[in-house]
Design a protein around this ligand. Structure first.
Ligand code: SAH
Length: 361
């Protein structure tokens, strides 16, 4: 599932099969969204048998599906090695959105996020990323049925996408294929907690997704507390990388700054001023996406009251910073931002964050 069309061609050449067979297989997997070779009735039986012996068309299994009052669907899946993967389908007025995970669990220890409590189980393969989208699409529209209004993707599920950069980019390339899912990078937004070298790398990729940065706090002192990744890449470095990235944006295109609002913690007028000043000082033209905290036991935070959110917004506005508030979706089924933490028996202690970050240059 993680192979591009040319990857499938080489793979099947190795089996002594011609390129047109490979194209049938690629189309079967990614356009018809079939989850087994046996369903590919356009292939001769002996080829299906050989494929079953050498490859897998599907590795994720759906364990459960939860449907929210607002129509949001959360899929709890498991990998072949029994690790949790969560994907969220969010129906929207104009165009539905699928939120996928890049890792099982997450190594970052953001104090407001439930996924942190799983620790990192492992990074997902490109195939496992693509499969999540196929499963969600088939469930929402029917097997192989084209989404009537296209699909937006957000890499905002469990995990830090930029600590799994290569597989992520591979998955996006596979999904962009016009003979497959045909979801182009322009329809994709990837969110990072601030892995600076990968922000700079993304800036060099021509066909790339949109970028969102999770800010969480407007000072190093507070960000160190809430998002320990800040100790490795503090705000000046992060915003410097954003500036580099911004230079490569097309006219009218903006990157997003996400800011989770925690009641009485980071939501005062002073915090809003600090946030606006920070962006203005770096001459960044980001749009700010305010995310009311999605509470969950045992996280020690509450969402800011609505009036506070409005007031926070007007302080930003007065300093020329555009913002909008993200409507929480699927809170009742643990599908909202920061709530993906498949409760399961496997619960290893989170790894030491420094050892994880030390591997990134
Ligand atoms: N690791 C990446 C991808 C996850 S995106 C990143 O941090 O960007 C998930 C978004 O939800 C992030 O912006 C994060 O700051 C936010 N978030 C985490 N926990 C939350 C919570 N409990 N309530 C609201 N937003 C939360």
């Amino acid at each position: 599932m993680g192979l591009s069309q040319s990857g499938v061609v080489s793979f099947m050449e190795g089996m002594g099969e011609p390129a047109y067979r490979a194209r049938q297989v690629f189309g079967g997997l990614h356009q018809r969204r079939l989850r087994s070779f046996d369903e590919m009735s356009d292939l001769p039986k002996h080829l299906r048998t050989r494929l079953n012996e050498t490859a897998s068309a599907a590795t994720l299994t759906v364990e459960s599906r939860y449907i929210s009052d607002d129509g949001t669907r959360r899929f709890l899946m498991k990998t072949h090695d029994n690790l949790p993967v969560e994907t969220v389908f969010i129906p929207e007025e104009h165009r539905d959105t699928i939120c996928f995970s890049s890792q099982s669990g997450c190594p970052l220890q953001c104090t407001f996020c439930l996924t942190a409590q799983l620790g990192l189980l492992r990074s997902l393969t490109a195939g496992e990323i693509v499969e999540q989208i196929i499963i969600a699409l088939n469930d929402a529209y029917g097997v192989g049925v084209k989404p009537p209004r296209g699909t937006n993707l957000v890499g905002m599920g469990a995990g830090e996408p930029f600590l799994n950069f290569d597989e992520l980019i591979k998955a996006l390339r596979v999904m962009a294929d016009p003979q497959g899912l045909f979801i182009v990078p322009n329809r994709v937004t990837i969110s990072t907690a601030g892995v600076v070298p990968r922000i700079l790398e993304l800036a060099t990729i021509p066909d790339r997704p949109h970028l969102a940065i999770s800010m969480g706090a407007p000072t190093n002192e507070q960000r160190n507390e809430l998002m320990p990744i800040n100790k490795k890449w503090p705000l000046e470095e992060l915003l410097g990388a954003c500036k580099e990235f911004e230079k490569t944006l097309k006219t009218g295109e903006r990157f997003t700054v996400e800011y989770v609002l925690l009641d009485g913690i980071n939501d005062s007028d002073e915090h809003a001023r600090q946030l606006a000043n920070l962006l203005n000082r770096h001459a960044l033209h980001a749009k700010v996406n305010l995310i009311p905290h999605n509470p969950a036991d045992p996280l020690p935070y509450q969402p800011s009251p609505a009036e506070r959110v409005t007031q926070f917004q007007s302080v930003l506005e007065s300093k020329g910073v555009r913002s909008f508030v993200r409507r929480p979706r699927g809170r009742d089924i643990f599908a909202a931002c920061g709530q993906l933490a498949a409760r399961r028996d496997t619960n290893p202690p989170p790894p030491n964050i420094n050892s994880v970050l030390a591997q990134v240059n």
